[in-house]
Design a protein around this ligand. Structure first.
Ligand code: NAG
Ligand code: NAG
Ligand code: NAG
Ligand code: NAG
Ligand code: NAG
Length: 377
């Protein structure tokens, strides 16, 4: 199992080959994952098998038109979709953005099959942990499964910050733990303290079969929506500090939690990478753009002119230091190209607000889940 100790590398191809190797090693005991994914030849539609591995970084590619997408009609086949992500119901008139499929450069992704997903996960529990981007991906996955297997009975419950979407016939639970920083925020006499080296919230994550973490967007909050008054590191309190440095310390604390609490023969750990927002058109070569408003098409090609958000580098450097296997869902590049994918003025606050952070459903998070599906199939 020594190979399983290094899962992440800055080199894309190497990263995937190691990830697949780790998955294969873990798989024999846990998911029965094969180091091969079924792929469909885009030209002939003939089904063939090709290794996603040495030659293929699934996160490197481009968006292509695919008339058979989206995978579901949110207003018709996803009755439980939240208004926040339901751009169709909120009146978004253009639909082109729902007809794109992610095409990796060197291999093809198998199309999502809800039945296969439920069979693979029978009796298991998956938990998303993080902020509203985790909720976005959680909701996408439940919509994808439900519309793919509409007769599978389901039950949605919520207790405190944890929502559970159960597919009862399969014993599959897809859970969401809302926890925006991963580390703790504690109410004390002086106020709310963000504790960068405390992660008691982790008690909810122990021994689950699959975990998908995320944190980033709340680290930059200031003013009335900042949900803490002090930051604590060691025994010291600070009124504020460099947010990127705080983010990095919290990620290291989380990495320490993974190393001391995860049993890789029981649990598979993913990190949902940094999900980008689109408020500055200069970054995609359209300086006159009003945030993401009115964007109807993705950027073609594989390169985002504005480059990667700096948080990505911080995240990757911390992940490299974690000893236990953690797979990065490296969704930043592919999502950066999707300036058209956000609710914009068809989100929660309607025309009075502009949401260029979250993603419409059906939409971009379906691709994150399709990639996840390919990695565990
Ligand atoms: C993501 O974008 C960065 C910056 O444009 C680039 O260096 C990197 O190779 C890209 N990664 C993938 C997997 O496409
Ligand atoms: C989704 O279903 C609704 C209700 O049947 C229909 O009016 C709408 O055109 C469909 N939308 C898409 C994008 O297929
Ligand atoms: C839904 O889940 C709750 C909590 O586990 C349980 O009490 C309830 O009986 C379930 N309902 C159905 C219809 O399965
Ligand atoms: C948008 O991005 C450009 C290029 O990085 C930068 O110069 C500019 O200040 C940004 N504009 C805003 C409003 O942040
Ligand atoms: C990674 O580990 C090395 C050696 O323990 C340490 O010096 C470095 O600061 C760590 N970096 C990160 C980003 O965790």
């Amino acid at each position: 199992m020594d190979m399983g100790r290094r899962t992440l590398s800055p080199d894309g191809a190497l990263l995937l080959s190691i990830v697949v190797l780790v998955l294969a090693l873990e798989g024999s005991s846990q998911w029965g994952i094969e180091a091969a994914a079924e792929v469909r030849s885009s030209t002939s539609r003939r089904r063939s098998r090709r290794t996603i591995g040495a030659t293929c970084d699934v996160f490197e590619g481009r968006w292509v038109m695919e008339p058979s997408y989206p995978l579901y009609n949110a207003s018709e086949s996803c009755p439980f979709i939240e208004r926040e992500f339901s751009c169709l119901r909120n009146g978004r008139p253009d639909l082109l953005y729902t007809h794109y499929r992610w095409q990796p450069l060197n291999c093809n992704l198998a199309r999502f099959d809800g039945q296969a997903f439920l069979e693979r996960l029978r009796g298991k529990t998956v938990m998303f942990v993080g902020d509203s981007l985790s909720r976005n991906q959680w909701q996408s996955l439940t919509c994808m499964i439900h519309s793919s297997v509409p007769n599978a009975k389901y039950n949605v419950t919520r207790q405190d910050d944890v929502s559970t979407f159960a597919f009862t016939d399969y014993g599959v639970k897809i859970m969401l733990d809302r926890n925006v920083f991963l580390v703790d925020v504690v109410k004390e006499d002086i106020g709310r303290v963000l504790k960068l080296d405390s992660i008691l919230g982790g008690k909810l994550w122990k021994d689950l079969d699959m975990l998908i973490f995320n944190t980033w967007h709340w680290w930059n909050r200031q003013g009335p929506t900042q949900p803490w008054d002090y930051i604590e590191v060691g025994k010291k309190l600070y009124k504020d500090m460099d947010r990127m440095a705080a983010f990095e310390m919290a990620l290291k604390t989380w990495g320490g939690w993974v190393d001391s609490n995860v049993d890789p023969s029981k649990s598979t750990v993913f990190f949902q990478g940094i999900s980008p927002s689109h408020y500055n058109g200069t970054l995609w070569g359209e300086p006159k753009a009003k945030r993401c408003v009115g964007q109807k098409e993705p950027l073609l090609g594989s390169t985002y002119p504005g480059g990667l958000p700096p948080a990505v580098g911080v995240l990757k450097s911390v992940l490299k230091n974690i000893t236990k296997p953690v797979t990065l869902l490296d969704i930043t590049n592919l999502s950066l190209l999707r300036k058209d994918g956000h609710p914009s003025i068809y989100g929660l606050s309607g025309r009075t607000g502009t949401d260029c952070i979250h993603w419409c459903l059906a939409g971009v998070p379906d691709t994150w889940n399709e990639i996840l599906y390919n990695l565990i199939l």
